[in-house]
Write a protein that binds this ligand. Structure first.
Ligand code: SF4
Length: 194
């Protein structure tokens, strides 16, 4: 499998949010209009890393772990690639951390994202990834996400659907949650939802 055929973890996350975004990413790459939230996330990243590098790892239960910020992870066998915010590697396990700017809870899209990164982190380190974390910057909360068999199966099924969509070049259904369309980089492409 060529690297261009690997599924980006960002697209795996988007699939759970709205499958059409993944279609546009793949077939109209670079044509979306970045939203205010996306711009805020990019500018905050360096500050977050600086803060997180000085924090104790106690809240992750991994005090002696090695921190690796933004490692590029890819695996041709599993067909995924991506760059998690932070990977914590201890003697007997590995855990992925995603920094989240907004104050809401853990959505299905975050669970898919963290599962994808965890699978890649396991393959890169040879260590099990049983739990991943969202670090919510608005209040400093650390939210654990179990990377269990059910979630892994859901992610595997989503990957099959994404591959089918790519091979058939078929536009997926719009999200049922139309509020998401109000803050979407591809809002101009979806005339049927307005
Ligand atoms: S505008 Fe709505 S349906 Fe279209 S890609 Fe964005 S979220 Fe999905």
């Amino acid at each position: 499998m060529a690297s261009s055929e690997l599924i980006n973890i960002g697209d795996l996350k988007q699939w759970a949010y709205c499958p059409r975004v993944v279609f546009y990413h793949r077939f109209y790459s670079g044509s979306g209009v970045p939203t205010a939230k996306m711009k805020m996330g990019l500018s905050a990243q360096a500050d977050i890393e600086s803060l997180e590098a000085r924090r104790t790892l106690k809240h992750y239960g991994l005090e002696a772990a090695k921190r690796v910020f933004n490692p590029w992870l890819a695996d041709v066998g599993v067909g995924l690639q991506g760059r998690p915010d932070l990977v914590l590697e201890s003697a007997d396990r590995v855990a992925v951390v995603d920094f989240k700017l907004t104050g809401d809870g853990v959505g299905e899209n975050h669970r898919y994202q963290l599962c994808g990164y965890s699978i890649l982190a396991e393959l890169a380190t040879g260590l099990p990834a049983k739990t991943a974390f969202i670090y919510r910057l608005s209040d400093g909360a650390v939210l654990p996400v179990e990377i269990d068999e059910k979630l892994r199966a859901e992610v595997g099924a989503a990957m099959l659907k994404i591959r089918w969509m790519i091979e058939n070049e078929e536009v997926p259904e719009a999200t049922d949650v139309r509020k998401r369309c109000e803050d979407c980089e591809y809002a101009n492409y979806c005339g049927d939802v307005w």
